[in-house]
Design a protein around this ligand. Structure first.
Ligand code: UD1
Ligand code: CA
Length: 454
């Protein structure tokens, strides 16, 4: 049976006090709605229908690369009205999962369970038992069977004692949605069209209403303000940290770990505190990441040790390299095995060959460095003339003396040596020495100037 996913995302999110629509606020670096869309994709839904309202163009733009059917709800007249506006595009066969754009952490496994119990009955809900259910719709049961959902504002004192709540996540037969939604009225405490009324309609039709509970409560937590957003961020991070620890990652302190994307790991990876990992990253066996590193879209091969406060973006790092502390690897950096990149070294769009070293205060931009070369402290590749960028090519086993400027385009051939303090503007041939600096001048018995008395 085909599955559609309907995502409610028309609410404004007034309590965020933001120009950005609520569903575009980030959780773990991705918009709230993006999390829900990813989950929908994992379920192989036939179609994803998203109901937008406020700042719809911004929301649509943010997901223009996704295959989504957008339906506008011009006025927010309630959740029942929101789903009703999808009817013209909703198939008449199959089932729909109804999700909220501001409940980002719902797990595909919970939804699979919901789908399987609802396929038999025609309708099912994700419910949760809470100590304090204030504000939520309550699940009214009779002989343990669900009879209705009563909104907090419409509930009697007795109903308000019920601790089982509606999480706002449903699975419903599409034919039934076509039948029921046009019949929902807004005669209730809030004057809204409540989607929750379909539960009582199902009972009238003689259907049983199935329910499942999420494995973890945070899956169904919604975001209304920044306090809830920050709290959910921590819970989600804790969950991700636990998943990594179960895979064998040694997180020194899972409370101080942030993953904003995806991390694939080998064995015995160790990550110290306050590390932020973004985008898609891969760490091989025994990789060690020091405190305070920020690593984005980077692959780091086995045995590499990254010392604290190093920053990586779009880099590819070989095996058994040593990086940092305070190193910066910018996009297009490729380090071969056993390379050393030390403190205050910046590398951009460069290939550094096997075992080469740049250990202190260096800029390597648009450079090709062969194997076994040593780049002295303070070396700068002058790759930019203010208009265009040029390459610096350094061969194997070259030695660049400290405080040298290599003005590109320039080639330092295999085995060549550059004397410290040189400004190299012409190619240096294999196995030769190039020194470009004025001769040292010395004056014997030099008398320093003395202070004049006033
Ligand atoms: C809803 C449920 C309640 C449940 C709670 C769980 C109803 C009537 N009540 O209440 O039983 O316990 O969620 O959080 O459904 N939305 C639209 N268009 C609208 C109204 C809402 O797209 O016209 C969207 C909102 O943006 C939000 C979601 O629907 O993503 C839920 O709406 P909200 O107003 O938060 O519902 P609640 O009153 O919290
Ligand atoms: Ca709500």
């Amino acid at each position: 049976m085909s599955t559609s996913v309907i995502i409610l995302a028309a609410g404004k999110g007034t309590r965020m006090r933001s120009n950005l629509p609520k569903v575009l606020q980030p959780l773990a670096g991705r918009p709230l709605l993006g999390h829900v869309i990813e989950t929908a994709k994992k379920l192989n839904a036939e179609n994803i229908i998203t109901i937008f309202g406020h700042a719809g163009n911004l929301v649509q733009q943010a997901f223009s690369h996704e295959n989504i059917q957008w339906v506008e709800q011009k006025e927010q007249l309630g959740t029942g009205h929101a789903v009703k506006v999808t009817l013209p595009v909703l198939p008449t066969e199959g089932v729909s999962l109804i999700l909220s754009g501001d409940v980002p952490c719902i797990n595909p496994t919970t939804l699979e369970k919901l789908l399987s119990v609802s396929r038999e009955t025609g309708i099912g809900l994700v419910t949760l038992t809470l100590d304090d259910a204030t504000g939520y719709g309550r699940i009214v049961r009779h002989n343990n069977k669900i009879q209705a959902i009563v909104e907090h504002k419409d509930a009697s004192d007795e109903q308000r004692q019920i601790k089982e709540i509606n999480t706002g996540i449903y699975c419903v037969n599409n034919a039934k949605l076509h039948e029921w939604l046009p019949k929902i009225s807004n005669e209730n405490a809030q004057g809204e069209y409540y989607l929750t009324d379909i539960v009582a309609m199902a009972i009238e039709d003689g259907l049983e209403v199935a329910s499942v509970e999420p494995e973890l409560a945070f899956e169904v937590e919604g975001v209304n303000d920044r306090i809830q957003l920050a709290a959910l961020e921590r819970e989600f991070q804790r969950y991700q940290a636990q998943q990594l620890m179960k895979q064998g990652v040694h997180l020194i302190d899972p409370q101080r770990f942030d993953l904003r994307g995806e991390l694939l790991v080998g064995q015995d990876v160790c990550i110290d505190i306050n590390v932020i990992i973004e985008g898609h990253c891969e760490f091989g066996n025994n990789v060690q990441i020091g405190a305070g590193c920020i690593i984005k879209n980077t692959k780091i091969a086995a045995g590499t040790v990254v010392k604290p406060y190093s920053i990586f973006e779009d880099a590819n790092v070989g095996e058994n390299t040593a990086i940092g502390p305070f190193a910066r690897l910018r996009p297009g950096t490729h380090l071969a095995n056993e390379v050393h990149i030390g403190n205050f070294v910046e590398v951009k769009n460069s290939n550094i060959g096997l075992g080469s070293k740049a250990n202190h205060f260096t800029y390597l931009g648009d450079a090709e460095v062969g194997a076994g070369s040593n780049i002295g402290a303070g070396t700068i590749t002058c790759n930019y003339d203010g208009a265009n960028k040029f390459k610096t090519i350094i061969g194997d086993h070259a030695f660049i003396g400290s405080n040298s400027s290599l003005v590109a385009p320039v080639v330092i051939a295999n085995g060549a040596t550059v004397g410290a303090g040189s400004t190299i503007t012409r190619d240096v041939a294999e196995n030769s020495l190039a020194v470009e600096r004025s001769k040292q001048f010395s004056k014997e018995n030099y008398q320093r100037p003395e202070k004049v008395n006033k």
